[in-house]
Write a protein that binds this ligand. Structure first.
Ligand SMILES: [Zn+2]
Length: 111
């Protein structure tokens, strides 16, 4: 008796984007960041996240905001909106300000 593997039906949204980590040749490696989308452009998103900043004088942490620009692959262009919580990963520098790429959506934003 041979075991038959269940083929999982993945929704294949292929794209011609070379800078897509799934369909293209871009390899995402390095640090990952999680944050909310504050701005969305064609092929680019701006995400914002908070990180703790240690203040030595008081030995406490303050909140500091960081904003980074990420590449938005064509296959995920419709999927994400402003306000969504997403995960981005570092990759090679794609332009002067973009050095990360969107890899997945974590949570839908409140509109
Ligand atoms: Zn793609």
């Amino acid at each position: 008796m041979k075991k038959t593997k269940n083929h999982e039906e993945k929704k294949e949204v292929s794209c011609a984007d070379k800078k897509c980590p799934i369909h293209g040749t871009l390899s995402a490696r390095g640090r990952t960041f999680e944050g909310r989308i504050t701005k969305k452009f064609e092929g680019r998103i701006v995400i914002e996240f908070e990180r703790p900043l240690k203040i030595r004088k008081y030995d406490r942490y303050a909140k500091d905001k960081s904003r980074i620009h990420s590449h938005l692959p064509k296959c995920m262009q419709e999927e994400v909106k402003v306000g969504d919580l997403v995960k981005v990963k570092e990759c090679r520098p794609l332009s002067k300000i973009i050095h990360s790429v969107l890899i997945k959506k974590i949570k839908e934003g409140i509109q």
